[in-house]
Design a protein around this ligand. Structure first.
Ligand SMILES: [Zn+2]
Length: 294
């Protein structure tokens, strides 16, 4: 009987030790995963993660202080509820162009005297206009990124729009977006030209060097994934200083030129659901890689 009690006590100690070990392991795993997600962790582990984040959190907090309180609260709530590879990320999708009768002119950059039209009609193909294609792909991308846990805001979900180029940039700034994805398609006189490009801001008119560098890193990653998924022809990442939508941005921003509508083959390809889906997969995968590498 005495032996049995000793055996039971020994078993109890072993179980207690094992459970302590496994608890420690689970905390370590959560800390390692910190870069990807802060969801589903206990308060003790959150304290650890906050320590590990260090200056990064302080910096981002400083930036957030200037944003509207309601968006901040909404974003925090979404972050706590969301699950998935893009959980906690706020992504703004801007389907380029749209239908508007406005002839409004606006400064190309906050301190620029150069005025540009706030609304421009886009390229045209035989099977679609750029405005239609941009919106079609944007709606698919919205659903895909939402499924991955991101909080997604759209500058337009209809063909008609009231938002100018400056308005779109300010919209994303107010949402405190972690990334803005602008969707466009190209047009050019030479009908033989085709392929997919990525435009990113240059530092000439966008003075925040961190936004410029983050945009470029994300742009490279997203373009390479879009080319991979579509099996299309990549035309590279191009820095642009003349785009109003870039120059007014206070958050990282990329612009995907999905292809040339003036090239008949590419125009036909872009109108197909399966091809549009591969673009969406590429953008989503590129964003996943970008955020995971941060
Ligand atoms: Zn365009």
């Amino acid at each position: 009987m005495k032996l049995k009690i000793q055996t039971l006590a020994l078993v109890f100690i072993m179980i207690a030790t094992l459970s302590a070990c496994s608890k420690k392991t689970s905390i370590e795993v959560n800390i390692n995963k910190d870069g990807e997600s802060k969801v589903d962790i206990g308060s003790e582990e959150k304290k650890e993660n906050n320590k590990a984040d260090g200056e990064k959190n302080l910096d981002s907090q400083k930036g957030k202080d200037s944003k509207s309180e309601s968006n901040k609260k909404e974003n925090i709530e979404n972050k706590l509820n969301a699950k998935g590879s893009l959980a906690g990320k706020v992504i703004c999708i801007d389907p380029g162009h749209g239908i508007s009768s406005s002839k409004k002119q606006e400064p190309m950059a906050p301190d620029s005297s150069i005025m540009k039209p706030g609304y421009v009609s886009g390229a045209e193909g035989k099977t679609q206009t750029e405005e239609e294609l941009n919106l079609e792909v944007a709606l698919k991308l919205r659903d895909s990124l939402s499924d991955l846990g991101a909080t997604v805001y759209m500058t337009r979900e209809t063909h008609e729009t009231e938002l100018s180029n400056v308005g779109r940039a300010k919209f994303a700034n107010e949402k405190n977006a972690d990334m803005v994805v602008r969707l466009h398609a190209d047009g050019i006189d030479d009908k033989s030209v085709y392929g997919i490009s990525m435009l990113v801001p240059s530092s000439e008119n966008l003075k925040n060097s961190q936004i410029v560098s983050e945009s470029k890193i994300a742009g490279q990653e997203v373009l390479s994934q879009v080319v991979k998924y579509t099996q299309g022809k990549g035309r590279g990442v191009v820095e642009r200083s003349d785009m109003t939508g870039f120059n007014w941005s206070e958050v990282p921003v990329i612009l995907l030129e999905m292809g040339f509508l003036t090239n008949d083959e590419e125009d036909a390809r872009l109108s197909k659901d399966t091809y549009q889906d591969s673009i969406v997969k590429g953008v989503a995968s590129g964003l996943e890689n970008y955020f995971q590498s941060k």
